[in-house]
Ligand binder design. Sequence first.
Ligand code: H2U
Length: 350
Amino acid sequence: MEFNINEHPHRRFNPLLNEWILVSPHRAKRPWQGQNETPSTENSVAHDENCYLCAGNTRSNGEQNPKYDACYVFDNDFPALLEDDITFESKLNPLFQIKPEKGINRVICFSPKHNITLAEMDVKEIENVIHTWKEEYATLGSKDFINYVQIFENKGSVMGCSNPHPHGQIWAQSSLPTQVEKTQKSLQAYFEKNNTSLLEDYIKQELVAQERIVIENEHFVVLVPFWATWPFETLLVSKRHFGSLLGLTTKESEALAEAIQGITVKYDNLFETSFPYSAGIHQAPTDRIPHPEWHLHMHFYPPLLRSASVKKFMVGYEMLGEAQRDISPEKSAEMLRNLPNTHYKLTHKN
Ligand code: H2U
């Protein structure tokens, strides 16, 4: 039998994380009698008096939000990291390693409107979110104890999001977190060997192949990566090689907003639901060392597999062996690419 990439089980290599994943494209048709998620219900009110993120409301610690009219950022009232200086005596034992970690956690409300998400915001509003991310990256990253700034969004209760109000988080810290350190090592090794950016070389080949591209505009590409783990995972990459949000030109900020709007609209249109995901930006560390190997990109990791209520579980083999996917990245890309670019709520209104 000859190998058929759409039929036969195979493994693919993820050059960013330096690990393999198992692809079982023939398995997407299997019956499902397991858990069904409850698709998110619509929030009809633009201002919810019980929401701790809405403008003018009181948060759970008693502080009051200002009557903001665009983005609003505040220090997380329940931070995972603390800024305190602590003395620590390192006792070297390779099996019991410990290292104190300093950092700052921030919450960013994307809009005062409680009942929308990035998918329903216009390009100008998303550009404003990007501008806020950029400012936070610059301010937090300039602190001497902050060497990395992770910007991300958990969307939907299935992804652990605590509140439907459109918001994201920022965790800034003194160490490179594990996923970022792995990415950094891969980007660096590639750059040292080839003197080019791994992601620039990768998207050039993807643009020729045209098999996994979902959206392309003048400055950004959104694709289902060759090595995608989650069924509808996408990677958003700048065409030009630069390391962080600080490198964005005005035109590129606009193109990034368009790309974010484009992919989030397609996601919502896939199952005509507010599509859950965890998404975040990977960019250069802020450790005051030049990082020519870094290339700005954004990951979208959505959990849904075959409908608004059936998610992919990363359990058993994935926990003990390696990540596995059922639908091929090429099929997912085709499905996303063929979806309308107008949000289904707007289409249904007309
Ligand atoms: P998630 O929905 O992704 O959990 O993000 C919401 C964050 O908001 C969460 O980290 C913080 C939580 O600690 N939060 C506050 O800082 N103040 C509040 O009044 C409630 C929630």
